[in-house]
Design a protein around this ligand. Structure first.
Ligand code: SF4
Length: 354
């Protein structure tokens, strides 16, 4: 059995497919990533490489026609792939929270912002109570005295107001607004307030700033940065921007066509990238003060209904070798790196037995 790698999250060999009329989309092909409590991991790659599917899988939110077909998602001591829905409901939003790319679309359009946050807090309480009750073999606390319910409601309202203030919003004004009355930046602050109201152990942020203009992006990233440092919340940040990952994360997982092809600390990924795809991504990042033409990676992301055999990057790889289209390279520790960098790569150029 494989050694446990991260004490908070350890995703191993994760496979996800979507059965469509056009054929089966092999969206994740054995994803490997891990993180400890309080760490920030950036998942980067081009559109369509499986970043968001990975995030949704960790929340077990893959819906029909998608399904997880293999692998494990260890969250602390539990494998999320195997848990029943009622236990998952108690984990979602409580221990693992998520913020999305389009915050206004993620909010309920016909409910005031304050009421939505309060409802979220109360749902978490109910799910936790129901799981506790089922463990003890009794009914969920349905006969709870009315007075206690009232006290809990007041405390939920207070938490909502504290959270809105904490994310820099005037709660007196904001709690009574509907989502369409919020700017993009305000809506993302509301989402962050909602996500962090339950003090999650892991926050999944799926492109949280890409729908915002650049000045608001910086404000939201700074806010997120200070809040998660304060609460020691771990963050899984999905982004296509290497610069955002460099600014925010401790570790990076580079994804290509459903696989993590390279994983390691910010230091090794930016100073000593090994995988040809990571090198290509870094060359495509604009540098301040340099006016050279930006380099792009030739070719396009493959169709995952019929992905290339062997290494899925081989049709675009300038270093392709004869074995590259025959077998999938193993995801292995890179040679000679400090253990603290956790540097791993999936490429025949660095395979231990090559
Ligand atoms: Fe390129 Fe082969 Fe490495 Fe894939 S395994 S990245 S094709 S050298």
């Amino acid at each position: 059995m494989q050694r446990r790698r991260g004490d908070l999250l350890d995703v191993s060999g994760l496979k996800v497919v979507f059965d469509t009329y056009a054929g089966q989309v092999k969206a994740l092909n054995g994803v490997e990533l891990w993180m400890n409590h309080g760490e920030r991991l950036g998942v980067v790659g081009e559109t369509g490489c499986g970043k968001s599917v990975t995030a949704l899988s960790v929340m077990r939110l893959i819906e029909e026609p998608g399904r997880i077909t293999g692998g494990s998602i260890l969250f602390e001591d539990r494998d999320l792939v195997l848990l029943p829905e009622n236990v998952l409901n108690a984990i979602r939003g409580k221990d693992i929270a998520m913020i999305f790319q389009e915050p206004v679309a993620a909010l309920n359009p016909v409910m005031k912002v304050g009421a939505q946050i309060v409802e979220n807090i109360e749902c978490q309480r109910k799910s936790a109570a129901s799981v506790q009750a089922s463990r003890k073999g009794g009914p969920a606390s349905g006969n709870r005295p009315q007075g206690r319910v009232g006290v809990q409601r007041i405390s939920s309202i207070q938490i909502m107001r504290d959270m809105l203030s904490h994310v820099g919003l005037d709660w007196q004004r904001t709690e009574n607004l509907y989502p369409h009355e919020l700017s993009g930046g305000m809506a993302q602050r509301v989402m962050i307030a909602m996500a962090l109201s339950s003090k999650p152990k892991l926050l999944i942020a799926d492109e949280p700033t890409s729908a915002l203009d650049v000045t608001i992006q910086a404000q939201i990233l700074n806010l997120l940065n200070s809040l998660v440092r304060e609460t020691q919340t771990a963050v899984l940040l999905i982004t296509h921007a290497m610069g955002v990952a460099a600014q925010f994360c401790d570790f990076i997982a580079v994804m290509y066509a459903g696989n993590v092809v390279e994983y390691g600390s910010i230091r090794v990924i930016f100073n000593n990238p090994l995988h040809p795809y990571t090198k290509g991504l870094l060359k495509a990042v604009p540098k301040i003060g340099k006016t050279d033409e930006l380099q792009s990676i030739p070719g396009i992301v493959p169709d995952l209904i019929a992905p290339p055999d062997g290494c899925r990057f081989h049709p675009r790889c300038p270093y392709r070798r004869p074995e590259c289209d025959k077998a999938q390279p193993r995801f292995e520790p890179a040679r000679g790196e400090a253990e603290t960098d956790r540097h791993h790569v999936a490429c025949f150029l660095y395979q231990q037995d090559q």
